[in-house]
Design a protein around this ligand. Structure first.
Ligand code: RP5
Length: 166
């Protein structure tokens, strides 16, 4: 498990270390906003008991959101959501076959009452940014930084239009 300096507010978990090249974008987004996180492999199929333990203890350990990524039969985000009251953000990791559609459908089609906020296939950066927004809803300073980030996105988009119009 990797930790950054202070107590982690967000848990980033994935089914395998082979998911990390995708999932590290979530970590990078959290780092941009100075949010402490932890990262670990918690496989729903290869270590189910540890996975349930992770989800059951996450809130009591002080985590405020979980970002869970997996590929193929991607049951990790949904299973975590079934045992934690925390918001769970699911990242469908694309594998060699099926272009990540299998991962997407495995994560997004949750039964009523057990939500997983599913981002696009491979979109771990958006998962990180969504976690920032969740934390920012109760944190004025962080909300201000998210607003600055959004203003910068707008500035960049407008600059692209200006270049095309010339
Ligand atoms: C899933 O199986 C993992 O989330 C990963 O996306 C995929 C392949 O895992 P490895 O065989 O590379 O460990 O459970």
């Amino acid at each position: 498990m990797t930790d950054n300096a202070s107590a982690p507010a967000v848990g980033i978990v994935m089914g395998s270390d082979s998911d990390w090249p995708v999932m590290r974008d979530a970590a990078a987004a959290l780092e941009e906003f100075g949010i402490a996180y932890e990262a670990d492999v918690v496989s729903a199929h290869r270590m189910p008991h540890e996975m349930i333990e992770y989800g059951s203890q996450a809130a009591d350990r002080g985590l405020r959101a979980i970002i869970a990524g997996a590929g193929g039969a991607a049951h990790l985000p949904g299973m975590l959501a079934s045992v934690t009251p925390l918001p769970v953000i699911g990242v469908p990791v694309p594998l060699k076959h099926l272009d990540g559609m299998d991962s997407l459908l495995s994560i997004v089609q949750m039964p009523a009452g057990v939500p997983v906020a599913t981002v696009a296939v491979g979109a771990a950066r958006n998962a990180g940014l969504l976690a920032v927004r969740m934390l920012a809803s109760g944190d004025e300073e962080l909300r201000g930084r998210m607003e600055d980030f959004q203003a910068e996105l707008k500035r960049l988009a407008k600059a692209k239009g200006e270049r095309l119009r010339k």
